[in-house]
Design a protein around this ligand. Structure first.
Ligand code: THU
Length: 154
């Protein structure tokens, strides 16, 4: 089974992952987060080399908003329904701060990532910054969701 990679600095990640993190960071500039002031950017690398980004989209009716990861995933599928997703990077920044702040995918995004993974029948790597400020590369959505509920359960 593939392992989690955990490094202290972004520069210690492999070049492709670092590049995707930087794309996710660019995307968070366009986050619509007037309620939480917590800006999240996500970037999905596709099998044909394209990169599709997303950012959180909040709403005055709070639950109507959507996380950056799901904006990126659903956009990727809408634009390229036949292309597999290889890797997703997530970044966050608090408004009025300059440095990135740690953010790991929420449970609902992990569940959606798992659905994509099962549908395309290949793993999606996930790169994100953990609370201790280290960078984590998870080998798959399923590695982030032990005992998951999935299509196999139905
Ligand atoms: N958020 C994301 O976009 N992705 C995550 O994985 C965690 C949370 C967003 C949702 C909301 O707009 C804001 O961050 C604060 O929760």
């Amino acid at each position: 089974m593939k392992q989690f990679i955990i490094v202290n600095r972004l520069d210690d990640l492999d070049a492709g992952s670092k590049e995707l993190v930087l794309k996710a960071k660019e995307a968070l500039a366009h986050a619509y987060a007037p309620y939480s002031n917590f800006m999240v950017g996500a970037a999905a690398l596709l099998d044909d080399g394209s990169v599709i980004t997303g950012m959180n989209q909040e709403n005055a009716a709070y639950p109507s908003g959507l996380c950056a990861e799901r904006v990126a995933l659903f956009s990727a599928y809408a634009l390229y329904p036949h292309v597999k997703i290889l890797k997703v990077a997530v970044t966050a920044q608090k408004r009025n701060e300059h440095e990135l702040t740690p953010a790991t995918c929420c449970g609902e995004c992990r569940q959606v990532l798992l659905e994509f993974e099962n549908r395309q029948q290949s793993p999606i790597e996930i790169v994100m910054q953990s609370q201790d400020h280290r960078w984590v590369k998870a080998p798959s959505a399923s590695s982030l969701l032990p005992f998951a509920f999935s299509n196999a359960s139905l």
